[in-house]
Write a protein that binds this ligand. Structure first.
Ligand code: DGY
Length: 338
């Protein structure tokens, strides 16, 4: 049963931080020297109503990407004591940021620190899907060791192939750097061409259609927005090569998963590796779970201990700055500082 952990020692005069998941005790311990903490202690996210019940007492909110922080919650907090929100993630699509901006509440996030860790994971998903690592390991763990044979568990080469990156921000560029070592051609697409990216000589800007048509691997690194939501559907999957592999470490809602299931079943594309889904967790009976050529992991691309620790530290820096009325160092709505 989840527990509240209010700081009972000298809570008076200390600002209250509402925290929707427990993490790194040492970091929370340090925060508790300055703040009174109200922590949801369970591994699963708190119900919306728990946040709603406690947000009126909160001076600050630390949330996770699994929490829906909508305009109603923000307004409820703002009309009481809420001064700052910070999330342990770079993506803040679960937060009504514009509502926070209206109320002049800074929204903190953790850009930059997770770039290489996330790209490492996207790269490992690509390699694993291409070379059927998970499928092979699952067979062996079920005591199936297929005798060596010329065609047994053959996959696709990665070296020298074409990588299509949808989204060319920090993580997309980190993928392009890795691709250079594999002597891959890199194509990328983002909502508009940015002249400064022309300096990245191993990557070429193309329209989405060309990227889908030409790439052996398509990897999603865009932010979730109204324009990227559902951007990979039946029509886009239909443009991909039958040998192509789709990788997603961005946000699940960018892909129409029913269309993806259909494409894989009909061999329109060869395989997929997904670290994110919509909804999360993936429903237990989802048909994609039964396919050997689909790898699904539980949103762990940024999950190295060092990176997650650093993300937590950045979050605390944001919270303390916001509580002290200073500009927060990692701000997702910097327009409030103007
Ligand atoms: C983020 O930071 O948005 C990532 O999805 C967390 O892993």
């Amino acid at each position: 049963m989840p527990l509240l952990r209010p700081d009972t020692t000298s809570a008076m005069n200390k600002p209250t931080v509402l925290i929707t998941r427990s993490f790194f005790p040492g970091i929370l311990q340090k925060l508790s020297e300055k703040c009174s903490l109200l922590v949801w202690e369970d591994e699963s996210p708190p119900p919306y109503d728990w946040i709603k019940q406690h947000i009126p007492e909160a001076d600050a909110l630390i949330c996770m990407l699994t929490d829906k922080i909508d305009a109603e919650l923000i307004s409820l907090g703002a009309t009481n004591r809420l001064k700052v929100i910070s999330q342990i993630a770079v993506g803040v699509d679960n937060i009504a940021v514009s509502a926070a901006t209206t109320h002049k509440i800074p929204v903190g996030h953790t850009p930059g620190v997770l770039t290489e860790t996330t790209a490492d994971f996207a790269w490992s998903l690509m390699m694993a899907a291409a070379r059927r690592v998970v499928e092979s390991a699952v067979e062996v763990s079920h005591n199936i060791w297929r005798p060596w044979g010329p065609e047994v568990l053959c996959g696709a080469d990665v070296y020298g192939k074409t990588l299509g990156l949808i989204g060319f921000g920090r993580i997309g560029k980190a993928m392009a750097r890795r691709a250079a070592g594999f002597e891959m051609q890199v194509l990328y697409n983002e909502p508009r061409f940015k002249p400064e990216n022309a300096a990245i000589t191993n990557a070429r800007y193309v329209c989405l259609e060309e990227l889908l048509h030409e790439s052996d691997f398509v990897s999603l690194h865009a932010y979730l927005s109204e324009s990227s939501r559902g951007m990979i559907g039946k029509a886009q999957l239909g443009l991909m090569k039958p040998s192509a592999i789709l990788i997603n470490t961005g946000r699940g809602a960018m892909i129409d998963h029913d269309a993806l299931f259909d494409a894989i079943k009909r061999n329109t594309i060869a395989a997929a590796a997904l670290d994110v889904f919509d909804p999360e967790p993936i429903p237990q009976n989802h048909p994609l779970l039964g396919l050997p050529n689909v790898i699904i992991t539980p949103h762990i691309a940024s999950a190295s201990t060092a990176t997650r620790h650093q993300m937590a530290v950045m979050t605390i820096d944001n919270i303390l700055a916001g509580l002290e009325g200073r500009p927060i160092p990692y701000c997702a709505n910097p327009e409030i500082l103007k």
